[in-house]
Design a protein around this ligand. Structure first.
Ligand code: PLP
Ligand code: COI
Length: 339
């Protein structure tokens, strides 16, 4: 293994030694298979290629100070993948297949789990695709589930430093009654143009509005949105955003800290009144937002005026990481040590 500069890792693909695969055929899942190839061989008419029958997950394994490897709330990722499969009519991955595959993939690549204190972690990417051949628009009869892993650093190059988001009106990531609430590839395809433009124009990500009324904040390309004011954590309630496991966890931490939590519509005008704003997700962890630029109205909302994250976001970030790395008592039973 080459010398890895753990502290400098970007968020990206990193080749590791093995991945795990499982096939659904004749109405059932087969045995887990281990592969050292980075490629898969699928039918030219596979439904994942033509009709977007594809769902994925994103989760992380962390190395603690005690040297142990911990998974964070993997069961929630399994539940979400089940909802994704159901949402686009794919075979549902059973809990056992999901758990055994992620544990196998982590253990087989244990040497790639970044050391404690480097800020990096092992990203786990479960992926479910329709592999059966169909030309008419219908669900496949065969599926493939796989898990690959790789060490990653922060999603936004800023790390835990304020990022800029671009509020956009001319693109939607998800339709009001579409697939925004599940983790399927089509949502990400729909977000690419706005995301690239946001980057070209100097921002970390696009910030999407709820598509029907275009009045309320939905979420950032790869992360949920939150605002904090008057000791209250406020995050959008919307059918077109992905229910983030990080967000769910932060809401609990806020309650533990004696804060109020509100899940409701956040009108654009309310951006003015927040004391702190952030984006959260497995990859983004908690990314403090320093600035939101409303692209159409040329309006700018500024936070973190001294260039550093606000006190509540900082406390949430530190607490969350400490739980993930096994340093803070895991009073909600969120982590699981991989033996
Ligand atoms: N929103 C979107 C669109 C995402 O892709 C992700 C990443 O999974 C999130 C939010 C954050 O969700 P989680 O905290 O479960 O990773
Ligand atoms: C994650 O936060 O795990 C994600 O999947 C976000 C992005 C890489 C799609």
């Amino acid at each position: 293994m080459e010398n890895i500069e753990w502290g400098k890792l970007p968020f990206g693909y990193f080749k590791t030694d093995y991945n795990v695969r499982c096939y659904w055929r004749d109405g059932k899942w087969g045995e887990l298979e281990i592969s050292s190839s980075e490629h898969i061989n699928i039918h030219i008419a596979a439904t994942c290629l033509h009709y977007g029958q594809e769902a994925f997950e994103g989760m992380k394994a962390f190395r603690g100070k005690d040297g142990k490897i911990r998974l964070f709330r993997w069961e929630e990722n399994w539940k979400r993948m089940k909802r994704s499969a159901e949402g686009i009519v794919m075979a549902e991955v059973t809990k056992d297949v999901f758990y055994n595959a992620i544990v196998k993939a982590v253990k087989l690549n244990e040497k790639y789990v970044p050391p404690y204190g480097t800020g990096a972690s092992l990203y786990i990417r479960p992926l479910l695709i329709g592999t059966g051949a169909e030309v008419g628009v219908k669900p496949a009869k065969e599926y493939m589930f796989m898990v690959f892993v790789g060490p990653v650093g922060p999603y936004f190059k800023e790390g835990f430093n304020p990022v800029s988001l671009q509020l956009v009106y001319d693109y939607d990531r998800a339709a009001p009654q579409g697939t925004g609430h599940i983790k399927v590839g089509g949502n990400y395809a729909a977000s690419l143009r706005a995301g690239l433009r946001a980057k070209d124009e100097g921002h970390a990500s696009a910030l999407f509005l709820e598509a029907k009324e275009k009045k309320y904040i939905d979420e950032a390309g790869p992360a949920n949105f939150f605002g904090i004011k008057n000791n209250t954590y406020i995050t959008p309630e919307s059918r077109s955003i992905l229910p983030s496991i990080t967000n769910m966890s932060i809401q609990q931490l806020c309650k533990d800290m004696g804060m109020d939590v509100e899940k409701r519509n956040i009108p654009v005008e309310e951006l003015e009144s927040f004391e702190e704003v952030g984006a959260c997700g497995t990859a983004a962890i908690i990314s403090p937002v320093g600035k939101i630029v409303d692209r159409d109205n040329k309006k700018v909302y500024e936070y973190c005026k001294d260039g550093v994250a606000g006190p509540i976001s900082t406390k949430l970030y530190v607490t969350l990481r400490a739980i993930q790395e096994g340093e803070e008592e895991d009073s909600h039973g969120w982590t699981e040590v991989i033996e």
